[in-house]
Design a protein around this ligand. Structure first.
Ligand SMILES: [Zn+2]
Length: 351
């Protein structure tokens, strides 16, 4: 980038850096921040996970879809509901995250949008089916919901290409297709639903400092407002994936430098920028686990590929929530504090 805005004089840069580091040290020693509000997520409770897994297996047998496809479909639906709580209300005591609007369930021309009769729903081309075996197609029943959507998607055929086409037919949205295929691959890789562990992006106990830099115009991030947290550390400190996930983007970006983007099962996009280098074996579409080293702290960016040193070395860490058609950044600082605290606690226990 040629912009002068990106090239503050050395003196000014040093002044900024000193100010940032000083306030970082102050901020870390005090104050607490609350994490994102917790949403109902059966994936976080062992008993609920077990029951969910049984449902996925059952729907897999009924439809011929692999269980990880059923799980991914359900997971994606849950993340949409989390992003749109008003238009996709959560059902009380629901295990399954699938939401189908009444008119889609019953059929658009069905005079009864709350129809639960599988025969009339079929006549009106609604997606609602009976998956639980009680003769009723109930929009509020976990098995009916899961079966109805899985069956609809499975109609294209048995191969993985057919699955992708079925997803496209159902969602009419390439992002939805990409997400569900990504989630499927994560579930397939680990073979379980218990994939909620998170860690701090740098090894806890190494020398680093950070503070809340959300919206701060002085941050080095590459967007107008600073969408993320800068974690200052020396060149070469390992950068680790904070979550289970799948590599979505890897390479050079004029602002972010060498950066890597990882999608997790909460449909969050974790963005790690200004790296000095990557783990060479990592490729887009590779699955990662929390704590896995993905690269090293650097100062790349603000120039042609390979540019380093236009600012002090740090990790720029951003998190974006996929809302279906657009993505929104939110402040990762509270999450970072939480993950760091949890790891410090675990370290003490093991001493
Ligand atoms: Zn930054």
């Amino acid at each position: 980038m040629q912009s002068q805005r990106c090239k503050p004089s050395i003196r000014r840069r040093l002044r900024l850096w000193t100010a940032v580091l000083l306030s970082a040290q102050l901020a870390v020693s005090g104050g607490t921040a609350s994490a994102e509000p917790a949403a109902s997520d059966p994936g976080k409770d062992a008993a609920a996970r077990k029951e969910l897994r049984q449902m996925y297996n059952r729907i897999a047998v009924m439809t011929g879809l692999p269980w990880e496809n059923v799980a991914a479909l359900d997971r994606y639906e849950r993340t949409l509901s989390r992003a749109h709580p008003k238009t996709r209300p959560l059902r009380p005591n629901a295990l399954v995250g699938v939401y189908v609007p009444p008119e889609r369930w019953s059929g658009y021309l069905n005079p009864d949008p709350e129809d639960t009769n599988p025969v009339s729903i079929r006549v009106f081309h609604g997606v609602g089916r009976d998956g639980s075996g009680d003769g009723i197609a109930d929009r509020n029943n976990d098995l009916d919901l899961l079966y109805s959507v899985a069956r609809q998607v499975r109609q294209q055929g048995p191969t993985s290409d057919d699955f992708a086409i079925g997803l496209w037919e159902y969602y009419q949205n390439t992002r939805a297709v990409q997400r569900i295929l990504q989630f499927s691959k994560i579930y397939e890789t680990f073979g379980k639903l218990d994939l909620n562990k998170h860690v701090f992006p740098l090894p806890v106990g190494t020398d680093y400092s950070y503070r809340s830099t959300w919206g701060n115009s002085r941050g080095w991030g590459g967007t107008r407002i600073h969408e993320g947290t800068d974690i200052f550390a020396d060149y070469g400190v390992p950068v680790r994936s904070t979550s289970y996930g799948i590599v979505e983007v890897k390479g050079w970006n004029p602002y972010g430098g060498w950066r890597i983007g990882i999608r997790d099962l909460d449909n969050l996009y974790h963005y790690y920028a200004h790296l000095s280098g990557f783990d060479k074996s990592l490729k887009p579409n590779d699955v990662v686990r929390p704590g896995q080293i993905i690269g090293w702290v650097g100062s790349s960016g603000y120039g042609r590929p390979g540019t380093q040193g236009k600012f002090p070395p740090h990790l720029h860490y951003g998190v974006y929530r996929d809302r279906g058609l657009v993505e929104w950044a939110f402040d990762p600082y509270p999450l970072l504090r939480k993950w760091e605290r949890n790891e410090l606690k675990a370290l003490k226990v093991h001493k």
